[in-house]
Write a protein that binds this ligand. Structure first.
Ligand code: ADP
Ligand code: MG
Length: 353
């Protein structure tokens, strides 16, 4: 059954699906049909997977096939990005199993300009537009923070002190087991989020941010060698805070753009986890299902939204409710051995859509 009826109910939540190309290391392709009712060939609304002769159709706000370029994808989100300059709080997530193209979609490949992802493209656009608004009296102050959530603990990816970049305090169910916990999340009455000890950098240009992103990526990969492929096991959260002031009209706006590369969504059974790995997987499952619960409750306009069930949803609370805007990419691998995971991802996305 299609999910068109749900589309009318939801407010500011959109889901885009992106299927990456089959890569040389992949096995045979999965049995998949994408429908293209829209004018451009790389963009449609429907995706149907076939497993054991059974058809599973889904409909999303947009579906990008393997031919969609980074620019094709960016065009479809550029308005959303711009709304952060108008004072909206925006979250863009990439969800999917490891290897499905989340990091490619968000960051892209820094070596080739054509392959740059949504984060660098969004920042370039924001700075370009903010410059052009100067003629109309607008001045903007921009601040960046980059963090990672691993096993329900926050790590500051812009910390100059690498060794203290980790929140080494052990936590259980989000509660500190021993000692004082750094990176405590607080929301003030104006809907601003404060994370204690987190590095916040004032930025004036997209170039400055790209060097910060490099630092963050490096900091993340330093963690990876020590922490067993941690990058696919952690949520990466890039936040740009925008304060605009118009000196002619004295108008003021405060927007936030959050760009989030989520941890791999693959299920427990497939990773065959034990010990630390098991704990890790449970933390990921818990935070991804919390995210789904929160978005679902928001879409249904339920009274109680369970923001506090995970660090990720609590951190992003002010940017998920109210008149904020949320977009989720569900990234799909096209190989046959991923069909099961792909179906899980599509079901997850259909639930929040
Ligand atoms: P994830 O972050 O979900 O684990 P990646 O973004 O690292 O996945 O993608 C896995 C591999 O697939 C990488 O080698 C990446 O360059 C490639 N890839 C992903 N999406 C695309 C795409 N749309 N076009 C070309 N290559 C892609
Ligand atoms: Mg990745």
């Amino acid at each position: 059954k299609l999910h068109n009826t749900i589309l009318e109910l939801k407010g500011n939540i959109r889901v885009f699906c992106r299927v990456r190309p089959l890569l040389p290391d992949d096995g045979p392709g999965t049995d998949m049909v994408l429908s293209y009712p829209m004018s451009t060939e790389a963009l449609g609304r429907g995706i149907e997977l076939v497993q054991s002769g059974q058809k599973y159709p889904f409909t999303f706000d947009k579906v990008f096939n393997h031919e969609a370029s980074q620019q094709d994808v960016f065009i479809e989100i550029s308005q959303l990005v711009q709304s952060a300059l108008d004072g909206y709080k925006v979250c863009i997530f990439a969800y999917g199993q490891t290897g499905s193209g989340k990091t490619y979609t968000m960051m892209g490949r820094p070596d080739a300009p054509d392959l740059k992802g949504l984060i660098p493209r969004s920042l370039e656009q924001i700075f370009q537009i903010s410059q052009s608004l100067r003629d109309q009296g607008w001045n903007y102050k921009m601040q960046v923070s980059v963090l990672e959530i691993y096993n329900e603990t926050i790590r500051d990816l812009l910390s100059s002190n690498r060794s203290s970049g980790f929140d080494s305090t052990r936590t259980e169910n989000g509660v500190s087991v021993s000692g004082k916990q750094p990176y405590t999340i607080k929301h003030d009455v104006n809907g601003n989020t404060h994370v204690s000890d987190l590095t916040i950098v004032d930025v004036c240009s997209a170039n400055e941010i790209s060097s910060l992103l490099q630092q963050a990526a490096q900091s993340r990969s330093v963690g990876r060698t020590h922490m067993n492929e941690q990058s696919s096991r952690s949520h990466f959260v890039f936040t740009l805070r925008i304060c605009g002031f118009n000196e002619n009209t004295e108008q003021q706006v405060q927007g936030v753009l959050n760009l989030i590369d989520l941890a791999g969504s693959e299920r427990l059974s497939r990773s065959g986890a034990t010990g630390d790995r098991l704990k890790e997987t449970q933390a990921i499952n818990k935070s991804l299902s919390s995210l789904s619960d929160v978005i679902f409750a928001l879409a249904k306009k339920e009274e109680h939204v369970p923001f506090r069930n995970s660090k990720l949803t609590y951190l992003l609370q002010p940017c998920l409710g109210g008149d904020s805007k949320t977009l989720m990419f569900v990234n799909i691998s096209p190989d046959a051995s991923s069909t099961g995971e792909s179906l899980c991802s599509l079901r997850f996305a259909a639930r929040v859509n």
